[in-house]
Write a protein that binds this ligand. Structure first.
Ligand SMILES: [Zn+2]
Length: 650
C-alpha cells in the first residue's frame, strides 16, 4: 500500500521539474500510441494515471500560492500556467488518443467493469464535445465559432465592468445616508472643498448598501435604474452569441445548445430540467405571495417597486428576527466546532480523525488521518484561520486520489480544507459565526466526497469525473446538518461557561435562514428558467425580452420597470460557464435536501441511509452518473418536496 506524499514545494526547481515531467508525459504518450494492439490495460490505464503525477506536482504550488501568496510563488505560478495549458491543449486535441480510446471501446467494452467503462465514455465524450469526430469543414467552422465566441464573451464582461465602473452617485445631504451601517459609510465617505460627501457606485458592496439601507427613495431608484440599464450594447452581443451557440450545437449533432450542455451533466433531458423548474415555481408561488403581503403590510402607503424590496425587506427582517451574531459566537469556539464535527462524522459514518504531528506550511495548519474501523484510508489538512497573504473565501482542494496503480498498489487520498476564520491568539480563542460553521461543513462535504472514494480508476475516483450539476450535492448535503439540533448540540457549548446552545436560539437561526425563502426561490428560478429556455431554441432581438417577460409572469411578484434589461448584465450565462447550466444550483440543492431529510427522518445517528450515502454516493465518486447513484441510495427518483421543507416553504 502507498502512503501519503510528504507535502513539499521547491519554488526554485519547480519549473525545471514541471518541464521534465511534461517531457516524460510526451514520451509516454508517444510510446503508448505506438502500441499496435491497444487495450485498457496497456493503453487507457497508464494514460489515465499520467494525470496523477502532474496533479501531485502542481497541487502544492497552487495551494501555497493561495495560502501563503508571495511574489516568488506568483512568479512561478504564472510561468507554470501556460506550460500546463499547452500540454492540455496538446492532449485535448490529439486525435490519435481519441481513436485509441474508441478502438479499445469497440474491442473491450463488454468485458470491462463499470469504472473502466466510465473512463472510456467520459474521455470519448470529452473529445466529441470538442468536435473530434467531425469532418474537416465542420471542424474548421467550429474553430471559427469558438474564436468568435471567446471574443464576444470577453467583450460582454468587459462592457459590464466598464459600465459598472463608469457610474457614481455623490450624496452631500447627511440625511440621505442615515441608517446606512458605518462600515459601508466608511467606504463611501470623502472630503471635497471642506465638505463631507458620500460616493455610491454600482460595485457590489456599495450598490447593495444603498438599495438595502438608503432612506431616500429617489436615490434608490436612480441607482437601481443605473444598475439595470448597464451595457445596452450587450444586446447585440447576446444575439450573435446565441446564434453561434445554436450553430455549434447543431454542428456537434445536438438539436439545440441546452441539449449540448446536458450531454456532460447529470440531468437526463431538457424536459426534465424544465419540469423540475416549473414544479418549483408552482410550489413556491403561494408562499412568495404571502411574503409579499407581509412586505406590503410594513409599507402600507408605498406602491412597492423593485427598488423598494431590499429596503423594506431589511426593515421586516430586523423586526421579525433580529439575530445578534455576537450572541452566538461564544458557542462556536473553533477547536470545539472541529472536535464536534469529527464526533458528528464518526457517529454518522463511522470514520475516525486522528491528529498527526507534521510540519506544515503554517504553524496553525493541521493534519488528520482518517480511519475506517482500523484501516487507514485518507488524510485531510486544515488551514482555517485568516492571515495576511492568504486568498479570501473557503474551499476544498483535492491532492491525492484513491486509486490502484499498474502494479496493483492502492493509493490513499488526501485533500486540503481552507477557510478564513477569525484568528486565535495566546489569549483569545477563535470564535466563529454560525455562517462559518456552515462553511466548514460545506467544505467538509466536498472533502469526504473525495476522500472516502473506493474507486480504483484515477480519472473517476472521488470528485474526479463527477458531473458539473452534481458537484455541490455532497457539500450542500453536509452543510444542512449545521442547522440540525442533534448535531449542533454535540459541540455548540459556550466556551466560558459550558452552556449548550438553546433550542430557542437554534430555532431562531433556522427561521432567519428561511426569511423570504419563497421570493428568493422564485428569483433563482427566474434566472434558471430564462437561461435554460433561451438556450432551447434560437431567440433573437425582441424575442429575448418577450421570453423573459413571459417567465416573469410566473416568477416576478413585483413587476420590474420596463427599462430593466437585466439580461445585459447576466455574466454567469453570457460570459461565465453557466450557459444552460444555471439550474444546477437548485438541482444540487434538491438532491442534498432529499438525501438530508431521508437521514434526519431516520433519527440522524445510526441511520441506514447514512450508511448507504457513504457506501454509494461517497465511495463511488465519479464512476457512475450521480443520477444512478442517487436512485441506488434512495431506492427512488429525487423529489423536490424536501427542498421546500428545507426552505420552510409549506
Ligand atoms: Zn461548494
Amino acid at each position: 500500500m502507498h502512503t501519503f506524499i510528504e507535502f513539499k514545494l521547491n519554488l526554485e526547481t519547480f519549473i525545471p521539474d514541471l518541464n521534465a515531467l511534461i517531457e516524460i508525459n510526451h514520451k509516454t504518450i508517444e510510446t503508448l500510441l505506438s502500441i499496435p494492439e491497444k487495450t485498457y490495460a496497456n493503453f487507457v490505464r497508464p494514460f489515465d494515471l499520467m494525470e496523477e503525477d502532474l496533479e501531485l506536482l502542481f497541487t502544492p504550488l497552487s495551494h501555497i500560492n493561495a495560502v501563503i501568496n508571495s511574489e516568488a510563488s506568483q512568479k512561478v505560478y504564472a510561468r507554470a500556467l501556460p506550460i500546463l495549458t499547452d500540454y492540455s491543449t496538446f492532449v485535448g486535441q490529439n486525435l490519435d488518443i481519441y481513436e485509441a480510446f474508441k478502438s479499445v471501446k469497440v474491442r473491450e467494452y463488454e468485458s470491462l467493469n463499470i469504472e473502466q467503462c466510465r473512463i472510456l465514455d467520459l474521455n470519448i465524450l470529452h473529445f466529441e464535445l470538442a468536435g473530434a469526430h467531425l469532418d474537416d469543414a465542420s471542424k474548421e467552422r467550429l474553430a471559427e465559432i469558438n474564436l468568435r465566441k471567446s471574443t464576444l464573451t470577453n467583450d460582454f464582461s468587459q462592457n459590464v465592468l466598464d459600465a459598472t465602473n463608469a457610474y457614481e452617485k455623490i450624496i452631500t445631504d447627511p440625511a440621505d445616508v442615515e441608517g446606512i451601517p458605518e462600515s459601508d459609510l466608511e467606504n463611501a465617505r470623502f472630503e471635497e472643498d471642506g465638505v463631507t460627501k458620500y460616493r455610491f457606485t454600482l460595485q457590489m458592496p456599495s450598490y447593495i448598501a444603498y438599495v438595502t439601507y438608503g432612506t431616500n427613495r429617489t436615490i434608490r431608484e436612480e441607482l437601481y435604474h443605473a444598475y439595470t440599464t448597464r451595457a445596452p450594447q450587450n444586446g447585440a452581443i447576446i444575439d450573435e452569441l446565441m446564434a453561434l451557440r445554436q450553430e455549434s450545437a447543431k454542428l456537434l449533432g445536438f438539436e439545440n445548445y441546452a441539449e449540448y450542455s446536458l450531454a456532460s451533466k447529470m440531468a437526463p433531458s431538457t424536459i426534465s430540467v424544465l419540469k423540475f423548474l416549473n414544479e418549483l415555481i408552482d410550489a413556491s408561488r403561494r408562499q412568495g405571495l404571502r411574503e409579499l403581503e407581509e412586505l406590503r403590510a410594513i409599507a402600507p402607503d408605498v406602491d412597492l417597486q423593485s427598488y423598494d424590496s431590499a429596503y423594506y425587506g431589511e426593515i421586516l427582517k430586523k423586526a421579525q428576527y433580529d439575530i445578534d451574531e455576537e450572541e452566538y459566537r461564544p458557542y462556536f469556539e473553533q477547536r470545539s466546532v472541529m472536535e464536534g464535527m469529527f464526533t458528528f462524522l464518526n457517529k454518522l459514518f463511522g470514520i475516525r480523525f486522528v491528529r498527526q504531528n507534521i510540519d506544515l506550511w503554517d504553524p496553525k495548519a493541521s493534519a488528520y488521518d482518517i480511519y475506517e474501523g482500523e484501516e487507514l484510508t485518507a488524510r485531510v489538512y486544515f488551514d482555517l484561520e485568516a492571515r495576511k497573504d492568504k486568498r479570501g473565501g473557503a474551499w476544498m482542494h483535492n491532492f491525492q486520489t484513491h486509486c490502484e496503480d499498474i502494479a496493483g498498489c492502492t493509493h490513499l487520498s488526501s485533500a486540503f480544507v481552507v477557510c478564513n476564520f477569525p484568528p486565535s491568539s495566546e489569549t483569545s480563542p477563535s470564535l466563529l459565526r454560525h455562517d462559518d460553521v456552515v462553511t466548514l461543513f460545506h467544505e467538509m462535504g466536498h472533502t469526504i466526497h473525495h476522500l472516502l472514494s473506493k474507486v480504483k480508476e484515477h480519472g473517476v475516483s472521488g470528485v474526479n469525473g463527477v458531473e458539473w450539476d452534481a458537484v455541490e450535492f455532497p457539500s450542500q448535503f453536509l452543510e444542512n446538518f449545521a442547522y440540525e439540533p442533534k448535531v449542533l448540540k454535540l459541540f455548540a457549548k459556550h466556551h466560558e461557561n459550558g452552556e449548550i446552545l438553546s433550542d430557542e436560539m437554534i430555532e431562531k437561526l433556522i427561521r432567519a435562514k428561511n426569511f423570504q425563502s419563497g421570493m428568493f426561490m422564485l428569483r433563482q428560478i427566474e434566472f434558471s428558467l430564462f437561461d435554460f429556455e433561451l438556450h432551447s431554441k434560437l431567440y433573437q432581438g425582441e424575442e429575448i425580452q418577450k421570453l423573459l417577460d413571459s417567465i416573469r409572469e410566473q416568477t416576478a411578484l413585483i413587476k420590474p420597470p420596463v427599462y430593466n434589461k437585466f439580461q445585459n448584465g447576466f455574466s454567469h450565462i453570457f460570459s461565465g460557464g453557466y450557459s444552460a447550466g444555471y439550474y444546477s444550483y437548485k438541482w444540487a440543492e434538491v438532491l442534498s435536501a432529499d438525501a438530508y431529510y431521508a437521514i434526519v427522518d431516520e433519527g440522524v445517528f445510526g441511520s441506514e441511509l447514512a450508511r448507504k450515502y457513504k457506501e454509494i454516493v461517497l465511495a463511488k465518486g465519479g464512476s457512475q452518473s450521480m443520477q444512478e447513484l442517487f436512485v441506488e441510495m434512495m431506492g427512488r427518483e429525487c423529489e423536490s418536496k424536501n427542498l421546500l421543507r428545507l426552505s420552510g416553504i409549506e
